[in-house]
Design a protein around this ligand. Structure first.
Ligand SMILES: [Zn+2]
Length: 658
């Protein structure tokens, strides 16, 4: 029975009936006074609490601020603000006001009020504070209410999960035989032939000359298994794996169920097993053909109609292994064909892809990608598995392909006779892109180069090298260089970069790259360091030249003499360094800026002491930026006047003329 709000309103505005001088009205430690009554409102026994603000009542306004209505099933509160406006609230008693410890500053007007409350909530022990008993009572109702809300909210998910079928009966056995690591447990007897137990096929088998931790093939089931003596087995050994089960939900939708399997051996040959589900990915095809993925995760603590909640399984913090959140794993193969039959994935080669790539995969992404890139199907079927993986899992994986084509070499945009090599190397999108650029340049020896790169994992061969050097000679040279760098822990890729840097510096330094001795120095590292030094020297040389040039442009005209002071130009960068040292400021670091033409540094000196640093001036265009003396001191009046005059008479006219 719902609370009748109209009936509630009728009794809500009951003024406080305490005489004006009553002691409670003056009790400073109380914020609110409570009166309790029980009425029959709309045929429901209802507890009514009136909460009066004490201060306001003392001042004459006797109306309650909150009136709380509580029945056995629900509760509701009517709030009345100072202006007399009212509103219905669903919050609990302790949340009505946001003040700190609100309830502890409330008090019942009389002991009778308290007893009414205790009786209503069914509290037999009359020594229990009535507000505590009421809080517990209300809390139960609140929990029931939120639970009902959750159940209601979960209904669409319950509907969605109804289409999910039962787990295949053969799944646990399949997981044991094909996914979980297999062991052959045996006792060391000293004999040549011992009996062992295979955890995969669960049969007793005979082993000849077993060795602890050696991997062999089980003579019965033929699976790879690790031989392990029972004595060396840990007290507790656990294996855990992820299995993805793909099932059909409707004609346009699949579900990928993430199953977690834990096997633990606690001193026994047979594992204790635990199989549980953590996530469900619904992958569907929309009307326009694009995929749509919807994820649910198993929320163990969720208290509603279902434990399945929208969103991915919460990713754990860094100290947690995150096993339960992982959605990469083995794919259950036996049901695959029937699951995909009649869906848009009927010809999807996910099983073939999984077998070829031979490692855990993320099925949901692959299935969604198959709808977007039909080329994946083609690539897997002709054996370009890694390339298919690039397209499915990398965002830019399909950029190097022409997906509108139907023949493999046209899709890959290479020549027909490149295909066998590319397939043997199992190129991914990056390698293919690399090869395509060689092809575009009609580089000779490109197949040899790519094979070498893939083998040694040299991702980048800077293209400018190949402008200078032919491929076979380049490979020969780099291989020969490996002997110099063997002790320096250089990878081949590092060597290639070193050589590239060497060549580009040679060009900068103006060396003749046509010369064999320049192009192929005997020790690349040594030659690299040498030319690097040379380049640095050249660089400073150039800086000095520019520095001098900057002053040559203004020299003589910018210098000035007047009343015992003069302005002169430095002639080398070292002059600046010296000036900075003598005057204890940072002008020494300005040489680079002067060389780049960003500013000019000038010296102000006494005419009778032209060698002695006095003040330093920075000029940008015709503007004076700074004038600083010793320890960055500001100019004296005399200096200031002199500089102002210099600016007026020399600097401004000079730049006007320019
Ligand atoms: Zn076996």
């Amino acid at each position: 029975m719902k609370l009748d709000k109209r009936a509630c309103r009728k009794v809500a505005a009951k003024p406080l009936s305490l005489p004006a001088g009553h002691g409670l009205l003056g009790a400073e430690q109380i914020d609110h006074l409570i009166k309790a009554e029980v009425h029959n409102l709309g045929h429901t026994r209802t507890l009514i609490l009136y909460l009066y603000p004490r201060q306001q009542c003392a001042q004459g306004n006797r109306l309650p601020r909150w009136t709380v209505f509580i029945t056995r099933r629900e509760f509701i509160t009517l709030r009345r603000d100072e202006g007399g406006k009212t509103a219905w609230l669903l919050s609990m008693l302790d949340r009505l006001d946001c003040s700190y410890r609100f309830l502890s500053r409330c008090a019942f007007c009389t002991r009778r009020d308290e007893q009414i409350v205790l009786r209503f909530v069914g509290e037999k022990d009359s020594s229990v504070p009535a507000l505590n008993a009421l809080y517990r009572f209300q809390r139960r109702l609140w929990e029931k209410r939120t639970h009902q809300q959750r159940v209601l909210r979960d209904q669409p998910i319950v509907q969605r999960m109804r289409a999910v079928r039962a787990l295949p009966r053969g799944l646990p056995a399949w997981v044991r035989q094909s996914v979980m690591p297999a062991y052959l447990f045996y006792d060391r007897t000293g004999r040549k032939k011992v009996q062992a137990y295979c955890t995969s096929c669960q049969k007793e088998v005979w082993l000849i000359n077993p060795k602890n931790r050696r991997t062999t093939i089980c003579p019965h089931c033929g699976r790879k298994a690790v031989q392990k003596t029972r004595a060396s087995r840990a007290r507790w050994h656990e294996d855990k794996e992820t299995v993805q089960l793909i099932q059909c939900v409707s004609r346009t939708e699949l579900i990928i169920r993430i199953l977690k399997v834990r096997y633990w051996y606690a001193g026994t040959d047979v594992a204790h097993q635990h199989l549980y589900e953590t996530a469900r990915y619904f992958v569907g095809q929309q009307a326009d053909g694009t995929p749509r993925t919807e994820v649910y995760h198993y929320a163990e603590w969720h208290d509603g109609a279902t434990h399945w909640q929208p969103g991915e399984y919460p990713r754990p913090a860094f100290w947690n292994s995150g096993f339960d959140a992982e959605d990469v794993g083995a794919v259950y193969l036996p049901n695959l064909k029937t699951a995909l039959l009649g869906t848009p994935w009927q010809y999807c080669p996910i099983g073939q892809f999984y077998r070829q790539i031979n490692e855990p995969i993320q099925a949901s992404t692959f299935l969604a990608a198959c709808l977007e890139h039909p080329v994946i199907e083609h690539l897997v079927k002709v054996g370009f598995t890694k390339l298919a993986a690039s397209v499915a899992y990398d965002r830019d994986g399909s950029q190097c392909l022409d997906e509108s084509q139907h023949r493999t070499h046209r899709i890959l945009q290479v020549e027909k006779d490149d295909l066998p090599l590319l397939k043997t190397l199992q190129v991914d999108a990056r390698w293919l892109h690399c090869y395509q650029s060689y092809l575009g340049k009609k580089l000779r020896g490109r197949q040899q180069l790519l094979a070498w790169q893939v083998e040694l994992d040299v991702r980048d061969v800077p293209e400018e090298i190949l402008d200078w050097v032919r491929v076979p000679r380049f490979l020969e040279y780099i291989q020969a260089q490996a002997k110099f760098s063997a002790d320096e822990n250089h990878t081949t890729a590092g060597l290639v970069t070193l050589y590239r840097d060497y060549l580009s510096m040679c060009r900068e330094a103006g060396h003749d790259l046509k010369k064999r001795s320049v192009l192929f120095p005997e020790n690349c590292r040594a030659a690299h360091d040498e030319v690097q030094q040379h380049c640095r020297w050249l660089h400073t040389q150039k800086m000095r030249e520019n520095f001098t040039q900057a002053y040559l442009a203004v020299n003589k005209k910018i210098c000035y003499r007047h009343k015992g002071l003069q302005i002169i130009c430095p002639s080398t960068p070292e002059d600046l360094v010296q000036e900075g040292k003598n005057l204890h400021h940072c002008v020494g670091s300005y040489a680079e800026r002067v060389a780049k033409g960003q500013c000019l540094i000038l010296f102000l000196r006494h005419t009778d002491e032209p060698e002695k640093p006095f003040y330093t001036i920075e000029v940008r265009g015709d503007q004076i930026q700074q004038v600083h003396g010793d320890h960055n001191s500001n100019p004296t009046l005399e200096v200031e006047q002199f500089v102002a005059q210099w600016k007026k008479r020399v600097l401004t006219p000079l730049f006007k003329a320019a």
